[in-house]
Write a protein that binds this ligand. Sequence first.
Ligand SMILES: [Zn+2]
Ligand SMILES: [Zn+2]
Length: 722
Amino acid sequence: MSHKVAEVIIDIPHGDVDRVFDYSIPQELQEKIQPGSRVKVPFGHGLRNGFVWKVKEKTNIQKLKAISNLVNESLLNPTQLKLVDWLVKNYFCFYITALQAVIPPEIAREEVPKESRVYPLPGEGPINWGRAGKQKKIWEHLNSLSYPPLKADLERELSTSSSTINTLEKKGLIKVKKEIMKIDPLSPRPKKGKNFESEREYSIEEKFISPGKFLLRFGPGENLWPFYCSLIKKTLEKKKGIILLVPEASQADFIGKMLVNLFPGETILLHSELSSKERYDQWWRSKNNRPVVLVGTRSAIFSPVQDLGLIIIHNEENEAFRQQENPRYITSEVAEKRIEIEGGSLLLSSSSPSVNAFYLKKNKNYSYLESPFLIENEKPIELVDMREEFEKGNISIFSESVKTVLKDLKKGTSKTIFFYVNRRGYAPFILCRSCGYVARCEKCNRTMTLHKTSNALQCHYCKTQQEPLETCPKCQSKFIRSLGIGTEKVAEEIKKYFPRLKYMIVDSDRIKTQDQLEKVSREIKEQKWDVIIGTRLLFKEFFPRFDFGVMVMADTNLNLPFYDSQEEFFHLVISNASRVREGKLFIQTYYPEQKTLQFASKNDWDKFMENEWEFRKKYSYPPAKQLLSFSLSGKLEKEVAQGAKKLAKEISSLACKGELDMMGPVSVSFFQEKGKFRWQVFCRAGKREMLGSVVNQTNGLVRELIRKGIVVNLELNPKGML
Ligand SMILES: [Zn+2]
Ligand SMILES: [Zn+2]
C-alpha cells in the first residue's frame, strides 16, 4: 500500500531535533518508501540524511516539504526499528543515537569507495569467437572463477586492455558493474566444510530443542567450543540463524576463522576493528544470506541476521558487553528483547556468571544449566595467609609455598608459573613517611605509579609523567618511599632471588598489539619463559595456560569501595583459576577469612551469589533495584555544582511520590578528569519505567544544562559506583 506522508528522524544528535519530522513522499517514491528507508530531506539550509520512522496517509502540518531522494529502500528491518524504539525508552537516548548504534557508520553513509567488477554472462547459443582469441580467454577465465573479479585485477592478471573488456560487454557476454568495494575478512573460504563431530557428549544439548532462555555455567578454563559448534550445526540444519557474541574483537577473529572451516558459506564476522570495506561486506551478507552464523562483539547484536534461532553470549559477565557511550546498553538485555521480538533461544554462558545473570535465573525464568564437565575443570586453590608468613619472618612478596614452587622450577621441570598483578609499573603509591603526603596527578587527582624501567612517575589515567621524587614536595623529608606491588616489582624480586628463571612481563607497557601478544603466547608454548608476570592481559581467552598461578596481593582488589567490588573480585579469582592447567592457584592475602575469598577459593558460585544477592537487596543496589545515574561534568565547578543541585531538587520533588528515592548530589573528585569537574545525582526505583518518567520530567532542565555547556550523561545500573 502506498502512503503520502513519512515521519523522518534527522541525522543530527541533538535534543532539539530528537523527534520525527513530517515530509511528503513524491508520487514516484510512494510504492518504495517504508519504515526503515534511508532518505535525503531538506532540513535547515541544506539536505540532510534521515531515516523513515513511519509512513501515514495525512498530517496536520501545512506546507509540507518533500523527501528529496531515496538512498536505500529498506535499510532497517522491522526488528531493528523495534529495537531502536526500545533503546530510546530503556536507555534514555536520542532516536538518532539509537539508530546510529544499530547501523554501522559505513552502512548508514554508504561511504565505501566503488570499484568495477566483471560478471560473465551466459551469452545466447554457442559463441563464435572467430579470431577474438583474447576475448575468449577472458570469458573462459571469468567462467572458471567462483566470484566476479575486480576489473583492474582482471586487466592486470590477463594483461589485457580496458577496450577488450568493453568490446565483450558490447557483445553482451559480460557485465561490468560499479560496486561498492567489499572485502571478505574470512576469504579464502574453504570450498567444503570439515565434518564436525564433538568428541564429548553434552547431555544438556537436549534442553535446546525448544526455544527458551538459558544460563549456562561451565568450569574455569573449560573448552566449551565443541558444545557451541554442535549447537550451531543443529541450528543451521533447521535453517535458523545464530548470533554468537564474544567480548573482544581478537577473540571474534579467532573464532570466525575456526567456524569458517566448519561452515564456510554461513560464517560471518562482524566487529568494530574490521575495516569499513570488510564491515560493509559482512553486514550485507548477514542481511542477504540465510541461514548464517554471525560471530561478533557487542554491537553485532543489532546485525540483520534473518530467521534467528539462537543468540549466544559467551562470558556474559565481561564488562565489554556494556556499551560505554550512548546508548549505554547492556548486551544481554538487548538480546533478550530481540528474541522476544523474533523468537529463538538465548544462551548466556560463563564460568563465573554475573549477579545480573543470577537475578535472571532467580526471577525471570531462565533455565539454569551446568556443564557436565564443570567439576572436572575446577582448579585447586590455596589461600595463603600472609600474616602468618610475616610472623614466621618471611618479609618477601612470595609466600613459602610459592617459593617452593619457584625452587622446583629452577630444577628444570619445564613447568611454568604466572603472577597476576593488578598494576603495571613498579609501585602504585608514593608516600612520605614523615608527613603522609601521597603523590597524585595534578590533572586528575589519582595516585601516581612509579615506573623503574622508564624512571618516571606516571598517571595511568591521563598519561601525565613526571620525574621521580627525591624529597617530599610538602615537607622536604627524604623518607619518601614507594608502596604496593606492580609488575616491575615482582620481576625485580624474581631476578634477585631466582636469577636462573627466565621471566617476561606481560602488561600494556610492553605488549601493545595483538601480534606481540601472539608472539609471547607462542614463546610460552615453546617453553622460552618459566615465569610470566602480568596484568589482565593474561586472561585473553586464547592465551596459554600455566602449571601454577599466583595472585600476588589479592587484597588490593578485594577492598575497593564499590558496591560491586565483591562480584568483580569473584570474577577475578575465577579468571585466574581458568589460567591454571594442572597445578594450583595460590592466593596471597592478609585476610583469608573474608567471605568472597572463601567462596571463590571453592568455586562456590551459588553460595557467593546468595550472599551477594542478600547484600544487594538489603542496600537496594542493582539489580535488586534499578539505579539511574545523572553525571554532570564541566570546566567550571560552580556551574556544575549548581546544575547538580538544581537537578536534585527537581527530582526530589518527584521523589515524594514514593517508590522512588534519590541520592546526591555528590561531587566526584575521585573521577576529576583532565581539568573537568564532575557531580552526580542518583535515582533508585523498583521498576525501570519509574526511572523513565524521571527522565521525561527532568528533560527540560537537562537540555537547559546542556545548552550552558555542561555534559550530562545518563547511565543505568552503572558499575564501579561508590
Ligand atoms: Zn612529607
Ligand atoms: Zn592524571
